[in-house]
Design a protein around this ligand. Structure first.
Ligand SMILES: *Cc1c(COP(=O)(O)O)cnc(C)c1O
Ligand SMILES: [Zn+2]
Length: 418
């Protein structure tokens, strides 16, 4: 391993292929194409085997040669390796032979998949010498930056739309970062953050650190394949905000395949959005290569990005793998949350409702054939978006502390099931 760059070779423009040093930089100077981390796969192939991975602790860092840090990670060392749950009862309800839930609602420490990207971004930020970290967030990213920065002793500024769910706001504030609410939607938050990043020279995890940050999402794909006994699933359904997670799970499968670590080919990658913010799924359904920006209006606030930075590449991945996409209404999102909770005992936030709702549609339409096997990526915990289900999940029946009153309730229930 090279002391200065680990298994990374350079930052490379996705459009023209020009290479840049491994610094805090995210766009190509020539064509404004996004920069991506390039690795030395030959050396990785010599270092990373199934046995080496199996001997390491159960965290996302067991695949560290394929993650963009030069040395050992220093932030978020316990993140990842969340359960892959076989979901037989939900499979039956959705009408598919085999179904798995990749359960990132229990990711450590802030209960969403964002801990993966933040762990990478902050570890790399430290390597590059930053003292202050920041982000533009739809909620979960702010939670994760705030928590992980606190544990690492870094100064943190998090920028969020001012109208976020109370749960998401408190889950950032408690760690003591600077929380700035912007009067506008995420795309305006993001635009402001690009200006601030330029002026203050902080490490914005999803702006100037984006090439490193985004790679953290691959760990979800690595884990899915390993947990399926080193096999890539036929279908993976992934919620899309910027579209980054979707492209990176595909990249993870490609890398494992290239390194000879997995069986399976011809996997299909499917994307899920909310109808109130569906620039990518709408373009996919219309057969377009480009999306049209939208103004978000949905209860799935964690996915509410109207101008998705990786939308173009997400569309390409779905096209290349023969995957589909769809979107669901607020009511269908709530139904998805309830289905997952009632069938599998997993309480997801709105993004999970989007994924389950879209999977249901893709199975019903045959885009995911009933005889196949699918993995649903459930990316955040329901305790963070309680407002979304409040008033939609039944209610408590109140009685006096009296056995007679309770017996009346049991009689009522028995009558109802007869
Ligand atoms: C951020 C987020 C996503 C998707 O993010 P991308 O920008 O598409 O990578 C999915 N689910 C949850 C809960 C999120 O917070
Ligand atoms: Zn370029």
């Amino acid at each position: 391993m090279s002391e200065k760059t680990g298994f990374m070779k350079a930052l490379k423009c996705r459009e023209c292929g020009r290479e840049y040093p491994l610094e805090a930089k995210h766009v190509c100077e020539f064509d404004f194409g996004p920069l991506e981390v390039a690795y030395d796969y030959e050396r990785i192939a010599g270092a990373l085997t199934r046995e080496v991975i199996a001997d390491r602790p159960q965290s996302m860092w067991r695949y560290r040669e394929l993650l963009p840090v030069a040395g050992e990670p220093t932030v978020g060392c316990q993140v990842g390796f969340t359960p892959l749950v076989k979901a037989d009862r939900l499979a039956k309800r959705l009408g598919i032979r085999e179904l798995w839930i990749k359960n990132d609602t229990v990711n450590y420490p802030t209960l969403s998949f964002k801990d993966r990207v933040v762990s990478v971004a902050l570890s790399r930020s430290r390597e590059l010498g930053f003292q202050t970290v920041a982000c533009a967030s739809t909620g979960n990213l702010a939670n994760s930056v705030a928590a992980n920065a606190a544990s690492a002793g870094l100064e943190a500024y998090v920028f969020i739309p001012a109208d976020l769910e109370q749960g998401k706001v408190l889950n950032s504030l408690v760690y003591g970062p600077h929380v700035i609410g912007i009067q506008g939607h995420y795309d305006e938050v993001n635009r402001l953050c690009a200006e601030i990043a330029g002026k203050y020279g902080w490490a914005f995890v999803n702006v100037n650190m984006r090439p490193y940050y985004a790679e953290g999402s691959k760990s979800m794909g690595f884990e899915i394949a390993e947990q399926l006994d080193w096999e890539v699933p036929q279908h993976t359904v992934i919620p899309m905000a910027s579209g980054s997670l979707l492209t990176k799970i595909h990249k993870a499968y490609q890398e494992l395949s290239k390194l000879g670590l997995v069986k399976g080919s011809g996997w299909r990658i499917h994307g899920a959005q909310a109808s109130g913010c569906s620039p990518i799924s709408s373009a996919q359904k219309a057969g377009l290569d480009f999306f049209k920006p939208v103004k978000p209006d949905t209860i799935a606030k964690s996915l509410a990005i109207g101008t998705p930075a990786d939308g173009f590449y997400a569309l390409r991945v779905m096209k290349e793998t023969g995957g589909g996409a769809d979107d669901v209404t607020n009511e269908e999102i709530r139904e998805g949350i309830r289905l997952l909770a009632e069938c599998e005992g997993i309480f997801a936030e709105t993004a999970g409702g989007v994924t389950v709702g879209v999977a249901k549609k893709l199975i019903a339409s045959g885009k995911i054939p009933a005889e196949d096997s699918a993995v649903l990526c459930v990316t955040g915990h329901g305790l963070k978006t309680l407002d979304a289900v409040d008033g939609h999940v039944g209610s408590t029946r109140e009685i006096k502390p009296s056995l007679r009153e309770f017996e009346a309730i049991v009689a009522q229930d028995q009558a109802a099931t007869r």
